[in-house]
Design a protein around this ligand. Sequence first.
Ligand code: GLY
Length: 396
Amino acid sequence: MERQSNQEWLDSVYEKLLAKMKAECQRVGTKIPYTTDKEDGTYHDITDSAMGEHAIGNWTNGFWPGMLWQMYEATGDEIYKTTAVGVEERLDVLLRDSDMVNHDLGFLFLLSSVANYRKTGNREARRRGLLAASLLSSRYNPDGKFIRAWPDSMADIMGRMLGDGDIRGVVIIDCMMNIPLLYWASEETGDPRFKKIAVSHAKTAQQYIVRPDGSCNHIIVFDPDTGEYLNNPGGQGYKQGSSWSRGQSWAVYGFALSYRHTGDQSFLDTAKQCAHYCIANMAVNDWLPLVDYRQPAEPLKYDSTAAMCTACGLLEIAAHVDKEEARFYTEAAYRILRACDGKFANWNPEQDSILTGGTYFYHDPTGDNTEVPIIYADYYFIEAVLRLKGKYLFEW
Ligand code: GLY
């Protein structure tokens, strides 16, 4: 059979997406999904999971409304808008709970309140977005020039992972996707404070997290009192010094977004450096993303979430370079999207979730969360497909 062109593939995926998302939105409503239930295969509300009621603060809870705003942009169907607003109202509680406030306010509020405001001009959504930006900027450590990642309420669990209880000086690459909330706040208010903090953090990440070959650390620890660099322990990847693919994807997309919001050429150069590293690693593996680009050959473990975020990052880079270069990044994005569609997609509208193949940690402490459906694989897949179709909402 002759291979479909990229355009044919895109058009057919778009039609499947419309059917799948309409049915999923009707079924799931304002429940906040994370993964499908192991027994019945459906999405349950995250607060009904083992995590309990505190799961309302989980960093992933913006992705469902983010998907709904994307679908609203593409179709104009009101069901997506009313459902997304219902989820946003559930997240409001996070802005009043110091235990839950951490650097993931960007993921949470860009994709819910700020998306709402960008699309509808709703003033309450704007208020939530600006409050979230204020809380995020309050996490800045001026001596270390970084945004602190985790809250004290996570000291036990995260401190154990680091082999040291002190998490006050921890920075993780993931935060590159949170700081666009600060860029937005400055653009919205005309007050440069937020952007200055974002740029300062991005420069620190550029200096300490990205390695010369385009690979990245996941975690960096600074002395919270002096700001002095201490060490770079391993995180969710294979081991210390390895290359966790989702972290790599946060770097590709995150630095490209910092370029978009600041025009600082060094951020685009860093985004490309990380992108070339990811492309080289995926191209030798049928465009499928390992959980860690430096994991052992066996067992073979994939992570579709890293693939989808990388694809979006490549499309963001393509938006800022000349036509010839843009073709290179866009073609790489297509290859990644098509490889994951072929291996991991479920287009049955009667079943929840599009992509399986998501892996949260390389060393999964629960033992059963390797290559499963994870909501943000679907978010980034939808964002990429709609961007290629020219129907997406810019949410970062
Ligand atoms: N931001 C947490 C993760 O990527 O797993």
